[in-house]
Write a protein that binds this ligand. Sequence first.
Ligand SMILES: [Ca+2]
Length: 110
Amino acid sequence: MLEKIKNLIVSARNKVASMSPKIMAVIVGYFIAVVLLVLTYYAAWMYMWLWLDKIVMSDLLALIREITGPAMVAFVTFIATSLVDKDGDGVPDKFEQEAENNGDKKNHFR
Ligand SMILES: [Ca+2]
């Protein structure tokens, strides 16, 4: 069991190490934004609970729901995968693959 957890941590660390710094920046930035929003939520909740009579959090809660929702996660994933450029020609590899899949239609103009 302990060995299994250790292997999991090692493989996760290797995965993180093999990621490009740009993708790391996007993912870390996204997580910081989510954590900041959640912390703001708790801070505002405490403030209202301690000093105000009522707790009105619907706007902030809606924002947190929006940023952690499937659409936003898909968007962040899209941005992160669009930053993969292993051959370093400035064109994201994902779009290069799509261009290749479309045949000579697009490559014609290169
Ligand atoms: Ca490329």
